[in-house]
Design a protein. Structure first.
Length: 297
């Protein structure tokens, strides 16, 4: 291989690598120039995953839980009815459930790249981490598409008829003077996108500190999936292109060997466990780790 080709290969690898905080900030500066120069619309969003081999999906999509989605939600509401009153929308319920650890079809993202970098480095020290980039126009929780996608969580039908009836009863689709075939077509069109990006309500300190936003994942509608009306899962990593926009990589890799030094850099600028998790147990964990106290001692 010629020296020039070796240089090109190294440059290509460098394009997809983050070796330190400064490296990320330099790349973001370049991306912002690309966004401005090309008039790219939307907000730059980030997701940090501590293992680059992880799928890009929601927690309810894993371990076969999708078939129990409705039961999980209903059981929690029955267990704690005062926490989930009639005043709450479907989306607000999902956000609260996600906050307390129930698997949902919400996927956490952030507008703060340093927070995403922390998550990409915070676990699996022997695995390469990954920073995933999106450029999206964020929707508000009150918009119809958000309501449609959030409503999927409590849908548990087994036929196209169940699918239509559910959204008609939720008053999210009009049925008057419309044939069944037209209703099906409208619903299919509504769910052509695999996800909807949503502004997160800043109703808890964790979301505020993490600059949190959400993707609500929908359903898989394509020619190979005629039974779209059943609960199903998909991996966005198989759907998303390699580049989020011209010249902006979708996936950036954090080598396992650099994770600890990056965490130390982030800690020095205030991005650490105590910052991203305001709850008392995480404050204690952060202090314990800073003083190198092993659990049980």
């Amino acid at each position: 291989m010629s020296d020039y080709n070796e240089y090109k290969l190294e440059a290509l690898e460098e394009e997809f690598l983050i070796l330190n905080v400064s490296d990320l900030l330099k790349k973001l500066s370049q991306y912002n120039h690309i966004i401005t120069d090309n008039g790219v619309q939307g907000t730059l969003l980030f997701r940090g995953q501590s293992d680059a081999s992880y799928s890009v999906d929601a927690s309810i999509f894993r371990k076969g839980l999708i078939t129990k989605e409705t039961a999980l939600i209903n059981d929690l509401i029955l267990q704690e009815p005062l926490e989930f009153g009639n005043h709450m929308t479907d989306f607000e319920q999902l956000v609260k459930m996600q906050h307390y650890g129930l698997p949902t079809r919400l996927m956490d993202l952030t507008t703060n790249p340093l927070v995403a970098l922390y998550f990409a480095c915070s676990e699996h020290k022997d695995k390469n981490g990954e920073l995933i980039l999106f450029i999206e126009s964020l929707q508000r929780p009150t918009q119809k598409e958000v309501k449609m996608f959030a409503a999927l969580a409590e849908y548990d039908g087994k036929s196209e008829g169940n699918f239509v009836d559910y959204f008609v009863k939720k008053r999210l689709i009009e049925s008057e003077l419309t044939s069944f075939e037209e209703l099906i077509l409208r619903l299919k069109n509504q769910f052509q996108n695999k996800y909807v990006p949503v502004v997160a309500p800043k109703n808890n300190e964790r979301i505020r500190r993490q600059n949190g936003v959400f993707l609500i994942l929908g359903i898989n509608i394509d020619a190979e999936n005629p039974k779209y009306y059943l609960k199903n899962t998909f991996d966005l990593k198989k759907e998303l292109t390699e580049y989020v926009a011209e010249g902006i990589p979708r996936y950036l890799t954090i080598p396992a060997s650099e994770k600890q030094s990056i965490l130390s850099e982030l800690d020095r600028i205030g991005i650490n466990e105590a910052f991203v998790y305001p709850e008392l147990e995480h404050q204690a964990s952060y202090i314990k780790n800073r003083h190198h106290v092993l659990a049980g001692e």
